[in-house]
Design a binder for this molecule. Structure first.
Ligand SMILES: [Zn+2]
Length: 282
């Protein structure tokens, strides 16, 4: 029987938020069994807690990132933190944040996964339960299609495709998502956007902290960044990263094979809602 986990010691990260462009600091702290993953807005009166679960998401705002809220207390762009917490197998964690958005760091999850790994995952005296499936499920939302199959571990098979000559299709299957695979194959993959999107992102008050060091910019003539890609298929790897983070909004680790075509934050959250209707916690 596996046991629930948390981290051994407090660790922190700071930097600028991708969309707000504001400086923020995150402090990861150990939590008790059954507390789950809880964000705390320490800059607001009474320090409101927001549990990172699907019922607290604002799906309507999940255009460029996943958002959770408790009343007026909101945290944007939580997916890279959630992916790191999930892949490292952390069940219970307090995440203090002093603004509405975590730092984007280098656009990947390496900064979060790195400090959480340093903080050392440790077992608690409580049994860990997993979300499992008895039957396959399949759902579509717009262009996004999702399938989940019963499986004794967590794996992802993802395909992405855009109406863009440089990114028509990328596919990658990760046979088992765990700490080692995540740190090496997924966490380093950076956020990306298309050059033509930048103007409308800024017009919508998004992407204000974005720059050439924390986002890959794809143009018709190629990649605009000086830094070379970290992987040839970095874009599908980043989409898998985001998906791992969004799936953890299910509130528990998942044992299933997840197959997805054209995932996006808003639809990932709808998929988690469907998954929770069918999944059994064992
Ligand atoms: Zn992302």
């Amino acid at each position: 029987m596996s046991k629930q986990t948390t981290i051994k010691k407090e660790v922190s990260v700071q930097g600028v938020g991708l969309h707000t462009g504001k400086e923020s600091k995150i402090v990861f702290k150990p939590a008790r069994a059954d507390e789950g993953i809880v964000f705390v807005r320490v800059d607001l009166p009474n320090k409101p807690h927001i549990k990172a679960v699907v019922k607290n998401t604002l799906a309507s705002q999940a255009v460029r990132g996943s958002v959770i809220a408790n009343g007026d207390a909101t945290v944007y762009t939580i997916e890279h933190i959630m992916a790191s917490v999930s892949a490292l197998g952390i069940d219970n964690l307090i995440i203090e944040i002093d603004s509405a958005e975590p730092p984007i760091l280098d656009g990947s999850a390496l900064g979060f996964a790195g400090v959480l790994d340093e903080a050392q995952v440790t077992e608690l005296e409580a049994a860990k339960k997993y979300l499992t499936l008895a039957q396959p499920i399949s759902v579509s939302f717009g262009v996004s299609r999702y399938w989940a199959y019963p499986c004794d571990h967590f794996e992802i098979d993802a395909t992405i495709g855009f109406d863009h000559p440089l990114l028509k299709m990328q596919h990658l299957a990760i046979p088992e998502i765990n700490r080692d695979v995540f740190l090496k194959e997924i966490a380093p993959a950076k956020t990306f956007c298309f050059d033509y999107e930048i103007e409308s992102l800024l017009a919508n008050n998004l992407g204000k902290g974005g720059n050439m060091s924390n986002a890959i910019v794809i143009g018709l003539d190629g990649i605009h960044n000086e830094e070379p890609l970290r992987f040839k298929d970095e874009f599908v790897r980043h989409k898998i990263l985001d998906l791992i983070g969004d799936l953890y909004l299910a509130g528990h680790s998942i044992k299933a094979q997840v197959v997805v075509d054209k995932p996006g934050h808003k639809n990932n959250i709808h998929f988690v809602e469907e998954l929770l209707k069918k999944a059994v916690l064992v």
